[in-house]
Design a protein around this ligand. Structure first.
Ligand SMILES: Cc1ncc(COP(=O)(O)O)c(C=O)c1O
Length: 457
C-alpha cells in the first residue's frame, strides 16, 4: 500500500514529527532540574504552575526560570538563553532596566500601596502626555482591565451596547471581545471557561481591513466603540492596508462611535506607539505590558473632548459603584516605575537600537526563508518581528488563522529553544530590546537556518 505524503506549509508532516520527537527528547535530557522541580504537582499550584498559560510553551514541560537580566534569561538547569520573548512584551525594554530597578529599590522603602496620589503620580501623568499625546489618563494593573474600563466609558457616553472588534483580535481577558466571525455571523469563541453571557449581543466581529463591513456594522447605530490594535498582533501579524485607519477614524466620527486604540503590543513601533508614529487620532488610547518597564501597569487615556463628555455623563449618573478600578491600581510603585520608564528607558535612542536590531533580524530570517524556498514570510512592526508559515501579506484574521500551523511552529520554537533562543510561545514573535546584542540576533538567525535547512531538506 502506498502511503499519502502530506505537507504542512511546505514541510513533510513525517519530517515535522521526527524533528519534534528528537527535539523533545533533547529538551528533556537537558532540563532535569526543571522537570524535577515541577514534578508531582507538589508545589500546590492548580495544574502544577501558577498561571495556566505557563503550560502553553512547545516544550514537554515548562522551563523553570532562575533569573533574567537585560536580554537573557537563565533557567534552573543553568542554560543561558537569548530572550526574544521578553515576557511576551512585558519586558520589551529588557529585563530589569537599571532605572526601573533603581526606582523600585527607592520606592520599596516608602510604602507599596496607599490609595492616594503622590508627586510621582502627577509627574507620570505629565510624562504620559509628553510620550503619547494629550490624553486624560487613568491607571490599571493590566491592559485587560484598561480595555474593560475604556469600554465602559464608551458605552456610558454613547448609551450604546456593542463593541466592534476585528476577527482574530485579542485585547486581554475582556469577555466582550471574545467573539469571532463565522459564516458571516458573530459568535462566542470556543473554549471560554464558564461563559454565560450572550457575547454576540454585546459585540460585533468583522474582518480587519474590511471597511465596508465596518461601515455596515456602524450603520446599525448599535456600536458604542471600535476597539482595535493598529496592527493585528495576536493572530499572525496583519498590517493595516493604506487608508484603513483613516477610514476607521472618519467612519467612527460619522456614526458617533468611540475609537479605542490598543497599543499594548504596538508600542514596539516607535516612541509613542504606532499611533504617534503614524499620526492616528483615537478617542481612547490603551497601553499596557511594558509601559512601566515590566511592573504590572497599564494606562488608558481619553482625549480632552471625550473626557469632557465623560465628566458630564459621570455627573449625571446615579450614585453607586462605577464598575471601574481595582484596589491595588495606581499604587506608588507603579508611578515610580512609570516615571523611570517614560523618562529614562523609553527613549529615542532605545528605539533606534531596537529598530536597527529588529531590521537585522527580519532581514536574516527572510534570507533563510528565501534560501530554502519556504512559502513563508516575515513581518516587522518596529522591534516586533514575526515569521509566518504562509505566504504574505495576510489581510485579515481568517487568513491569519489559516496561516497558523501549531505543530510545525512548535517544532521551530523547540528547535530554537534547544539552540539557545527563546521566542514567544503563542505566536512566532520575537522582540528586539534596546540591550539585545547583534551576536544574539545572529545566533537566532543561524539556529533558524539550521532548523529550516533540516525541515526543507
Ligand atoms: C493587544 C493586547 N491588548 C491587551 C492585552 C492584555 O494584556 P494583559 O494580559 O497584560 O492584561 C494583550 C495581551 O496579550 C494584548 O495583546
Amino acid at each position: 500500500m502506498i502511503e499519502a505524503v502530506t505537507r504542512t506549509a511546505g514541510v513533510l508532516d513525517g519530517r515535522i514529527a521526527a524533528f519534534l520527537a528528537r527535539e523533545t527528547a533533547a529538551f528533556e535530557q537537558a532540563h532535569p532540574r526543571s522537570r524535577a522541580a515541577l514534578q508531582g504537582g507538589a508545589s500546590g499550584w492548580l495544574g502544577g504552575v501558577p498561571m495556566h498559560w505557563m503550560k502553553d510553551w512547545p516544550s514537554p514541560f515548562p522551563l523553570v526560570a532562575a533569573e533574567a537580566s537585560g536580554s537573557h534569561l537563565i533557567d534552573l538547569d543553568g542554560h543561558r538563553l537569548d530572550d526574544f520573548c521578553l515576557g511576551d512584551t512585558g519586558s520589551m525594554f529588557g529585563h530589569s532596566p537599571p532605572p526601573v530597578a533603581k526606582a523600585i529599590r527607592r520606592q520599596a522603602r516608602h510604602g507599596l500601596t496607599y490609595m492616594l496620589p503622590t508627586a510621582a503620580a502627577l509627574e507620570a501623568g505629565r510624562l504620559l502626555s509628553r510620550t503619547f499625546g494629550e490624553f486624560r489618563w487613568q491607571v490599571a494593573l493590566s491592559a485587560s482591565d484598561a480595555n474593560r474600563f475604556a469600554l465602559r466609558v464608551a458605552r456610558g457616553v454613547t448609551g450604546r451596547r456593542k463593541v466592534l472588534v476585528f476577527n482574530g483580535c485579542y485585547h486581554g481577558t475582556v469577555d466582550d471581545t471574545m467573539v469571532m466571525l463565522e459564516g458571516g455571523r458573530t459568535r462566542p469563541r470556543p473554549g471560554l471557561v464558564g461563559q454565560v453571557a450572550d457575547l454576540a449581543s454585546k459585540a460585533v466581529a468583522v474582518e480587519f481591513n474590511d471597511i465596508a463591513a465596518v461601515e455596515a456594522a456602524l450603520a446599525t447605530g448599535e456600536i458604542a466603540a471600535i476597539l482595535t490594535e493598529p496592527v493585528m498582533t495576536n493572530s499572525c501579524m496583519v498590517l493595516p492596508e493604506a487608508g484603513f485607519h483613516d477610514a476607521l477614524r472618519t467612519l467612527s466620527r460619522r456614526y458617533g462611535a468611540v475609537l479605542i486604540l490598543d497599543e499594548t503590543h504596538t508600542l514596539s513601533s516607535g516612541l509613542g506607539g504606532y499611533g504617534r508614529v503614524h499620526s492616528l487620532s483615537p478617542d481612547i488610547l490603551v497601553v499596557g505590558k511594558c509601559v512601566a518597564g515590566g511592573m504590572p501597569a497599564a494606562v488608558w487615556g481619553l482625549t480632552p473632548d471625550l473626557a469632557a463628555r465623560f465628566a458630564a455623563y459621570d455627573a449625571a449618573r446615579p450614585e453607586g459603584h462605577s464598575g471601574m478600578g481595582t484596589t491595588l491600581a495606581a499604587n506608588p510603585m507603579q508611578f515610580a516605575c512609570l516615571c523611570a520608564t517614560l523618562s529614562e528607558v523609553m527613549t529615542p535612542e532605545a528605539y533606534a537600537r531596537m529598530e536597527k536590531g529588529a531590521d537585522r533580524l527580519a532581514k536574516g530570517l527572510s534570507a533563510v526563508i528565501s534560501r530554502v524556498e519556504a512559502p513563508w514570510h516575515v513581518v516587522r512592526v518596529g522591534a516586533r518581528v514575526e515569521f509566518i508559515c504562509a505566504p504574505g501579506p495576510l489581510r485579515n484574521g481568517s487568513e491569519a488563522a489559516r496561516a497558523h500551523h501549531p505543530r510545525l511552529e512548535a517544532a521551530v520554537h523547540l528547535g530554537l529553544l534547544n539552540r539557545g533562543s527563546l521566542i514567544a510561545p503563542f505566536h512566532n514573535m520575537m522582540l528586539v530590546s534596546p540591550v539585545t546584542r547583534n551576536r544574539q540576533i545572529d545566533r537566532l538567525i543561524t539556529a533558524f537556518d539550521a532548523i529550516l535547512t533540516e525541515l526543507f531538506a
